[in-house]
Design a protein around this ligand. Structure first.
Ligand code: BES
Ligand code: ZN
Ligand code: ZN
Length: 486
């Protein structure tokens, strides 16, 4: 979609369709055609919208001027215009206190709402709508220059397109999106300035002593890959490392998943996909940090060669791990990747993973769990993430849960000795692989709930949502305003 800002009155702009956002159910605004709405039961409620076929007018309700309301309303408006023949639509928009972020949010709403995964559809008719014209009539903030308005559009596009790239990766089925394909996809980012990508094979994993990662891969006919993306702009003062769980398929291994739980497990590469989206985003935004993305890509399969419950593995950091459940494989891949990541001395270390069903049970399918050992960092991340449009909640451990992954025969066990608090105990397992000097700099984001959408919500269609991309881009963008970081 193309976005254009016009310094003209809304009524004077020529377009095939028009979009009017109704705030606080205020149907008295001059842009509202009261006659046209007369026989339609539209009250301007949040998340409601209506299409007046005469003149192709769309009305979309917003509860407030908050960014998320704008994203939701833009996506709603798009879904109504999608089946029309309109090529251009104009939009009248009141700006919130922060006009820049309103425009960014509007673009995000249209781009996220118009995403479709069509690769496997034999017949697909592209929607006609190609261009959105934004009228500046209602701008009361004269401080916003044309250049800034344009920057807001570009930033919205970067946030949304990085998210949509993650969706494409996750939605692609496991027979086509293999660990090798993941490496190819990551390599594509090398065309962006200051981005490079190294791909390591199983020999490297052996040399590095990544016994946990390798065990998960053993029964797969596809080789694993460790993918290391880096974005190194000149004069960067801080180093941020993201680590992503890249299970291109999780069958559960010998602790096989029931068939209904196996469907959607192509989304177990959601952490890796988010890491690729984040590197795309930070490099396109040209953020002033050195940012790395480390991905452990493999399948978790069954076979005569499969790793087993009762096996004891040796991780890269030399700790031994008793396996009691081969379906708790994500933490085994992550623990070796996290250990590798710490060799690069991060100032901030964040892993993203579709790690536990327990997180979905605890928080619902919309929310990411923020785990770690530094509660202040968890809270900071939570506060900033609230502006991103993604839902998050911090989850804290305690002295009792901290003891739950002890093993009778090895240093740690890959599952907890309690049925409860499974997302927290998975975090506790990972914390065993975080060196003391990085404990305070580490966050673990469990995106098992929002990574894959089974029932449409907000501007998320069925399929992947690209969870984790926007909250992290927003967090890093926010750090650029922090004297300690920039
Ligand atoms: N990939 C799953 C977690 C998952 C579940 C993601 C549902 C998305 C939706 C993970 O590898 C897993 O199977 N975890 C087990 C851990 C258990 C054996 C301790 C789980 O959550 O059941
Ligand atoms: Zn699993
Ligand atoms: Zn998994």
């Amino acid at each position: 979609m193309k976005y254009q800002i016009k310094n003209e009155k809304f009524d004077q702009i020529n377009s095939d369709a028009s979009v009017i956002f109704v705030f606080n159910k205020n149907l008295k605004h001059k842009w509202v055609d009261k006659n046209a709405l007369k026989n339609l039961n539209f009250k301007g409620e949040a998340e409601s919208s209506v299409l007046v076929s005469e003149g192709l007018q769309v009305y979309a309700g917003c509860a407030s001027l908050d960014d998320e309301e704008l994203r939701l309303a833009a996506a709603k408006a798009y879904s109504l215009l999608k089946t029309s023949k309109a090529k251009t639509a104009k939009i009248g928009l009141y700006l919130g206190r922060d006009g820049f972020s309103s425009i960014k949010a509007l673009v995000e709403g249209f781009e996220l709402g118009s995403y479709e995964f069509t690769r496997y559809k034999s017949k697909y008719e592209k929607p006609s709508l190609k261009s959105i014209i934004i009228s500046t009539e209602s701008y009361n903030n004269k401080n916003l220059s044309q250049a800034e308005l344009k920057k807001a559009i570009d930033m919205g596009l970067v946030f949304a397109k990085s998210t949509n790239l993650a969706k494409d990766i996750i939605n692609t089925p496991p027979q086509d999106f293999t660990p090798l394909e993941m490496a190819k996809e990551a390599k594509k980012l090398e065309k962006i300035k200051d981005v490079s990508c190294k791909v390591y094979d199983e020999k490297f994993l052996e040399k590095e002593g990544m016994g946990a990662f390798l065990a998960v891969n053993r029964a797969s006919v596809l080789p694993p890959r460790l993918i290391h993306l880096s974005y190194k702009p000149k004069n960067a003062k801080k180093r941020i490392i993201f680590v992503g769980k890249g299970l291109t398929y999780d069958s559960g291994g010998l602790s096989l998943k029931p068939s209904s739980a196996m469907v959607t497990m192509k989304s177990d590469k959601g952490g890796a996909a988010a890491v690729i989206g984040i590197i795309k985003g930070v490099s396109e935004l040209k953020l002033p940090f050195e940012v790395h993305g480390i991905i452990g890509a493999t399948e978790n399969m069954i076979g005569g060669d499969a790793y087993k419950p009762d096996d004891v593995l040796r991780a890269r950091n030399k700790k031994t791990i008793e396996v009691q459940n081969t379906d708790a494989e994500g933490r085994l891949v992550l623990c070796d990747c996290l250990d590798y990541a710490q060799d690069f001395k991060p100032d901030l270390l964040i892993d993203l993973a579709t790690l536990t069903g327990a997180c979905v049970v605890a928080l619902g399918e919309y929310t990411t769990g923020i785990l770690g050992v530094n509660e202040k960092l968890q809270q900071d991340f939570f506060k900033v993430s609230q502006k991103s449009g993604e839902l998050t909640t911090p989850l804290y451990s305690n002295r009792y849960l901290n003891k739950a992954v002890k093993s009778q025969i090895a240093d740690v066990c890959n599952i907890a000795n309690t049925r409860y608090g499974g997302s927290i105990t998975a975090g506790v397992f990972l914390s065993n692989f975080i060196r003391d000097e990085y404990k305070d700099k580490w966050l673990h984001l469990d995106i098992a709930g929002p990574a894959f959408v089974e029932k449409t919500w907000g501007y998320n269609q069925f399929g992947a949502s690209g969870a984790g991309v926007r909250m992290n881009l927003n967090y890093l963008l926010n750090l650029t305003k922090d004297k300690k970081w920039a």
